[in-house]
Design a protein around this ligand. Sequence first.
Ligand SMILES: [Cu+2]
Length: 493
Amino acid sequence: MRTRPFITRAQAWALALFATLAALLAFGAGCSTGPASREPSSHAARAVNVSGSQEAVLADAPAVPAPITRKNATKVVVKLEVREVVKRIADGVEYTFWTFGGSVPGRFIRVREGDEIEFHLRNHPDNKMPHNIDLHAVTGPGGGAASSFTAPGHESMFSFKALNRGLYVYHCATAPVGMHIANGMYGLILVEPAGGLPKVDREYYVMQGDFYTKGGHGEPGLQPFDMEKAIREEPDYVLFNGAEGSLTGDNALKAKVGETVRLFIGNGGPNLVSSFHVIGEIFDAVYAEGGDLRNSNVQTTLIPAGGSAIAEFKVEAPGTFILVDHSIFRTFNKGSLGMLKVEGAEDKLVYSGKQSDEVYQPEGGAIQSLGEAPRQVPAANKAERIARGEHVFNNICAACHQPSGLGVAGAFPPLAGSDFLNADPVRAMRVVSGGLSGTIAVKGKTYASQMPALNLPDEDVANVLTFVYSKWGNAGHEVKPEQVAAARKSAKK
Ligand SMILES: [Cu+2]
């Protein structure tokens, strides 16, 4: 009697094929996870329960908050305040920075894989612009941006779980996004692996950014943002930590021979990619792009705009080691220069171009108080209104509508000869006091963008509109603060 085979020939083939595929897949998976064979942390971190709660200790660059030693995930409360501040960008040059915490880059946030972060974004009442935050460490739409849009004088709160370990950029994502980033609205958040990073002697925070000013590099005075240069990607400054000299002279990073150093490096952009290099050092290890991949013996590491890297090295020789963007004209002509001073004998290799650390003399206190002092006393007549309005325009409106009032094609409508402006002064008062979004037509071109609510007092709105109406062939109306108050009121209905 013929016995029936246990499996048919066709079934045997199918099984063999299946086994081969499975083996190949297993092999592939083994290869791609690398030597550490760590699964993406999000899988494990999602299941982690948190216990307890604490307020995050944030740090201003180049400092980094202390390593996390707790063995459990917890709830971490982060409070970050947005400040719009006038600060030195280079000797004799000032710039209105928009900051997360008062300086550029924003304050460093350090949490642990599996932590639950309760995030409070505060927009200081003196600020002019609404802001929000997109943290690349967040898994969720906009990285938190949609939930954190915050008007001046308000505070927003949202929560997220740190699913993926790594070093992440955060930034403002309020329209026009490029402008908010170009003004310095970025920083780093480290999500430490559950077991912590290997111990080192020193940790520092360095973040690159490119800046666009009306005047060329080094041109003195308070320099407004230049939208056109930003669109062309032609920065006047490429900087570490928001100013020339922030990491040189007395501000240099420090270490002693024999110590290990870890740099948390970010790149806020908005445009340029950084070829980060330390002259005279080789990075013993680099966590490429701030992720798990730990490369060794690296000379220069590429840091994308909106990206990061962690570099580690042991300092073996005394001297001054120069931090650069190896796109080297940026270092010598645009400011991307820092120093790590390793204690020991006097160093002869020091770059001599821009190390001077002179006492900074602000360009006359008047700049800081522009627009502030007159705010209390109402303008006495139209001429005074126009003069004060011009200050408001230069400080606030010119960044977008341009000093010429001609705007930027496709982005910011012109105020010069604007039919939209001249047709309806009450509507103009509402635009300047409450912002504007949606599609409008100005001089035959359509704009579908967003003007933020600027948080200006009625007096300033009246003055700036009177100034704008008096210029560039516009209708010449005088706008009074009472009219602005009435326009605001009727808009709310
Ligand atoms: Cu912003």
